[in-house]
Structure formats: structure tokens, C-alpha cells
Write a protein that binds this ligand. Structure first.
Ligand code: AMP
Length: 563
């Protein structure tokens, strides 16, 4: 039997835009709760809360504000902020206005921000208030000064919560700068009818979102997704989780990634579920407190997040028995962790999702009732309406049980990489198969077992890092002659980065502190190498390729990082 499967097609795909879907849900569940944003001070009574009707009213005001600002369908509007309610409102407002929302990782620094602003010709950037770690306002201004297409900065308000003094929102100081509140007020400038006119002009196949994935060629690539891609993917995941309007989904994963905005928001809202935001960034105790305070029935996370929650000293003190399900994704889950999530967190039906940004994101998922073994050793089977196969180096489908490259086809495959047709053609073949770069096998029941990665990628605490991007950056250091970045095992983050550097003759030796200094403020923290090693040469293959696998093994021995 060959390693090919097609997912079930029992329920038809949704044939509507994200805005149309949301309007239908608001009509059915207008009075039910849609969004809860926990207060920063942990005071449950101070949480901000919206019903579907209230959320839609806020979305429509921002949509009209965007119309008043002259945002056309297809314009790129960036969002650069940790999780907050305004992120959700902007996600739906840009979908209704037909703009392409560009998710910018809040850990990005100017170097990366300027790259993405230029790459997609972004015209507007909505950005978080500055905080202790990130001066978003100053960095946004720097990007606007360098990128003439970026003509508007919108400053988000400081988060709610008493005694919060560590935030500074941007104060508009030019015609190109506006506050979120002022954007909201601009709703008055356009009639409500402008909303329905714009809605009628949008199509399900229109691009609606760009998410940058760290590129193998040294720079991130903008995976471009349509309404059809992400609406149907989100909706299908919720169907397999058995979501109803009584579910309350706790989202500690970031919105800038599909995990937050698709598996989280779109999935939940398309089934009338409430979404609960525990904190701006991941915080294990705030997450469990949000489950307890707001009655979460479903909880998300990458395995390292669940590990951190289970390790809390006061874990036993949280009331978690409202939970019944959830999603774990991003990397493989250790057996013991899965067992504890099911027993100690009451998440009997927790599912494993596997996928990638380029497939909107989920392409395989475990099903209700799957055994613990299936939920730790496999990543489930092909999602409804999608096809999956495993191929060998010649592109032929392999027999069941043999390992090869996993490929995915169907509605969830992205429209392409923004403005990079050659890169798109490398990833999606002429028959529409997305080549994932992951090595996998398929068992006789169609369940997929991930075996490794063909691509040279490091996953550090759920964040993907392509070594090439960090290498390109380190090449800019005046002492660096050559550099290779590898991943080494790490108990806390799964993997950590190591930079192996050959110095230019006559330069001072570099250590980890000097490299960190060089990267700080310019490169996202998770891309900064933890280890630095100075070498005379790199081990090479006969064909002249650096043997990174050997370097990794040597490093593990030297640092004593064996499992
Ligand atoms: P991203 O585009 O950030 O969603 O990352 C996609 C990559 O993460 C995939 O190509 C896999 O290498 C890895 N990945 C995602 N989900 C899983 C999972 N459940 N188990 C193992 N690896 C995963």
C-alpha cells in the first residue's frame, strides 16, 4: 500500500469570506461571550470582556476607520504587538476591509522589521506601546524613516490593569502618526453603508494575511494566505475538537503565528466559542489562572509551554477541571507530558496538530478517541479535504512504513510566498503539492510519524530559526570570516543555537557575550546564539558542504549535552 491518504470530506468547505462568516456567527450568538482579556494585574473582575455583538461593533468601527484612512483592498497593514484584544479586532477589521494583515513577530528588531516592511510594501503599521524590553515606538519610527511606502503608524493604547507603569504609548508627533482611539473615531467619517459595499467586493480567494517564515536563503519569506485558506483550516480544527458555542478557548500562544490567529481566533469564532487571553506573552501561571478564572474548556500550547505549566510549584492550587480538550503542536510531545496533560489538567481530548505556516497551518491532526500512543508517537492523520503523501528523493510515493518527505495538497496550501515566485515554485510543485521539508512515515491506518527535518531548521522553544538567517547577520561582524550556526539540545527550550566562528586573521577573539552584544536590539532574542565556539576550520564533505551534523555531535560531546 502506498503512503497516500485523503482526509474525510463529510462536511463541505465554507465558501465565504472571513467577514461573512463572522457576521453569520454574530447573528446566531450575538449575546454570548466572544473575548476575555485578562487584566495584567491578575484581578479577574478587571478583565476586559466582549460579547460577539460588542466585538463586531468594535471591529466595524475600526473597519470604517481604515476605510476613512483610505486603506484599499489588497493594501498591506502590519501588526506588531504581543497578544491583546486590539490584535483580534484588527485581524477581523483588516479581513472586512480586504487589507492584507502582515503579522510581525513582536520579538523582531529594526533589522528584521525594515526587511518585512520593504518586502511587502507595507503602508500602515499598528504597533504596541513601548515596554521595558522593546521600544516599539522608536523602532517603528526608524522603519518609517527608512521605508517611504510606510506612511502611517498607529499607536496601540497601554494595556488595561491598575498600576501598570512600564508601558509608554506613542504620542503622535506628525501627520503620519495616529492613535488607535483616533482611528476608531474616524469611523464617523464614512457611512455604515461603505462597509457592505466593501464586503460585497471581496472574494474568498483574496490574499488576507502574510506571515513571515524564517527563510533558508537567509531572509524570511512571506507565506501569503487567503480567506479560504485560514477560514477553512480554523473551522476544520474546531470540528475535530467538537467545538460548540459553549467552549471557551484559552490562547497563550502568539497571535503573530497561525497557532494564535487561526487555530485560536478563527477556529473559535467560526464555532461561536469564546477566546480567553491570559497575558501578552506566555506566562505559565497567568495561563492556568485564566483557565480557572474564566472557565476555560480548551487550552493550547507547544509542548514546552505545557511542561512549564506542569512544573509550577503551585500547580495543584489551580482549579482546572473545566478543561476537556486543547491543542498541542509545533514539536513532538514527550509521553510523560501527554499523560500529565490528560490526567492532571483534565484535557482528555487534547489533540496533536502538525503543520506549517504555508499550509494555513494544520495538515494532520489526531482524532477524538485516539490512544495516548497515537498522540505521542504520531501527529494524527490527514485533515478533512486535504491530501497527504510521502515521497522519496525521486518524487515517487513510498510504501507505507518507509520514510520520505511529507507533502500536502488541497485548499490549505498557501497562495505563495509574497513577491517570490521562484521560491514558491521550489515549495509547491506543478501539481499543487506543498513539499514540507519534514521527514515522515505513514502507518497502515494513515497516521503520520515525524522522523526529522530535511531542511536545516532549529526549533527553539517553539520558534523556528533557519541558521542561514543568523549566519548572514553574523557575517556583518568585522571579526567574522566564516560562521556556521547549529542547534544543540537544551532541556528547557528543546534546542539552543551555537555559532561556530572562524575569525579574520589578526582580530580579537569573540565570545558569547560579544556576539550577544552585537545582536542585541537588532535580532530577535530567540535567534541570538547561546554558545559561541571559535574554530580554525569546519568539517567538510568531499563535495564541499559543511558537515553540520558532525559539528553538532562534537559540540554535544564537548558541552556534555547528552539527553
Ligand atoms: P511553522 O511554519 O512555524 O508552523 O513551523 C512548521 C514546522 O514545525 C514543521 O515543518 C515541522 O518541522 C514542525 N512541526 C509543526 N508541528 C509539529 C508537530 N506536531 N510535531 C513535530 N513537528 C512539528
Amino acid at each position: 500500500m502506498l503512503s497516500y491518504t485523503a482526509g474525510e470530506a463529510d462536511v463541505p468547505l465554507l465558501d465565504e469570506t472571513i467577514g461573512e462568516n463572522f457576521e453569520r456567527i454574530v447573528e446566531r450568538f450575538g449575546d454570548r461571550e466572544a473575548l476575555v482579556e485578562a487584566s495584567l494585574d491578575g484581578n479577574a473582575a478587571a478583565a476586559r470582556r466582549w460579547t460577539f455583538q460588542q466585538l463586531n461593533d468594535d471591529v466595524d468601527r475600526i473597519t470604517r476607520g481604515l476605510l476613512a484612512a483610505g486603506v484599499a483592498a489588497g493594501d498591506r497593514v502590519g501588526v506588531w504587538s504581543p497578544n491583546c484584544a486590539e490584535w483580534t479586532i484588527l485581524q477581523y477589521a483588516t479581513a472586512k476591509v480586504g487589507a492584507v494583515l502582515v503579522n510581525v513577530n513582536p520579538a523582531y528588531r529594526t533589522h528584521e522589521l525594515i526587511f518585512v516592511v520593504r518586502q511587502n510594501g507595507m503602508r500602515m503599521l499598528v504597533l504596541a506601546p513601548s515596554d521595558r524590553n522593546s521600544d516599539y515606538v522608536a523602532m517603528g519610527r526608524e522603519a518609517a524613516a527608512e521605508c517611504p511606502d510606510l506612511t502611517e503608524l498607529i499607536f496601540l493604547p497601554v494595556p488595561a490593569g491598575s498600576g501598570i507603569s512600564e508601558f509608554t504609548a506613542g504620542e503622535p508627533s506628525s501627520r503620519e502618526e495616529t492613535t488607535w482611539e483616533a482611528l476608531d473615531s474616524r469611523a464617523e467619517e464614512v457611512p455604515a453603508s461603505a462597509l457592505s459595499e466593501r464586503a460585497a467586493s471581496l472574494r474568498q480567494g483574496d490574499a488576507i494575511n502574510i506571515q513571515y517564515t524564517s527563510g533558508t536563503t537567509g531572509f524570511p519569506k512571506g507565506a501569503t494566505l487567503t480567506h479560504r485558506n485560514i477560514l477553512n483550516n480554523g473551522f476544520s480544527i474546531g470540528r475535530l475538537l467538537g467545538y460548540t458555542e459553549y467552549d471557551r478557548v484559552v490562547i497563550p500562544v502568539p497571535f503573530y503565528h497561525c497557532f494564535g490567529m487561526v487555530i485560536g481566533n478563527i477556529n473559535a469564532f467560526s464555532h461561536g466559542c469564546a477566546t480567553i487571553l491570559p497575558a501578552r506573552g506566555f506566562n505559565p501561571s497567568a495561563t492556568l489562572k485564566a483557565v480557572q478564572d474564566f472557565g476555560g474548556t480548551s487550552l493550547y500550547g507547544v509542548p514546552t509551554m505545557f511542561i512549564a505549566e506542569l512544573a509550577l510549584a503551585d500547580f495543584e492550587s489551580y482549579q482546572l477541571d473545566t478543561l476537556r480538550t486543547g491543542v498541542m503542536a509545533g514539536s513532538l510531545c514527550p509521553n510523560e507530558v501527554m499523560k500529565r496533560v490528560i490526567t492532571d489538567m483534565h484535557m482528555d481530548d487534547v489533540a496533536i496538530c502538525y503543520g506549517m505556516t504555508e499550509t494555513s497551518p494544520v495538515s494532520t491532526m489526531t482524532r477524538a478517541g485516539d490512544s495516548i500512543t497515537r498522540r505521542t508517537e504520531t501527529v494524527g492523520r490527514t485533515m478533512p479535504h486535504l491530501e497527504g503523501k510521502i515521497i522519496d528523493a525521486a518524487g515517487l510515493t513510498v510504501e507505507r512504513g518507509e520514510v520520505g518527505e511529507l507533502c500536502t495538497k488541497g485548499y490549505a496550501v498557501m497562495a505563495g510566498y509574497w513577491d517570490q515566485p521562484d521560491k514558491t515554485a521550489e515549495a509547491i510543485d506543478s501539481e499543487g503539492w506543498m513539499h514540507t521539508g519534514d521527514l515522515a512515515g505513514m502507518d497502515n491506518d494513515g497516521y503520520i510519524i515525524i522522523e526529522g527535518r530535511i531542511k536545516d531548521m532549529i526549533i527553539r522553544g517553539g520558534e523556528n530559526v533557519y541558521p542561514r538567517e543568523v549566519e548572514e547577520f553574523l557575517y556583518q561582524h568585522p571579526s567574522v570570516q566564516d560562521v556556521q550556526v547549529i542547534g544543540v539540545p537544551d532541556k528547557k527550550y528543546g534546542e539552543e543555537l551555537m555559532a561556530c566562528i572562524i575569525l579574520k586573521p589578526g582580530t580579537e577573539p569573540l565570545d558569547a557575550t560579544a556576539v550577544t552584544e552585537f545582536c542585541r536590539g537588532r535580532l530577535a532574542h530567540y535567534k541570538i546564539p547561546r554558545y559561541v565556539e571559535i574554530r580554525e576550520s569546519f568539517p567538510m564533505t568531499v563535495s564541499g558542504k559543511v558537515r553540520k551534523i558532525d559539528m553538532r555531535e562534537e559540540a554535544i560531546d564537548r558541552l556534555g549535552l547528552h539527553g
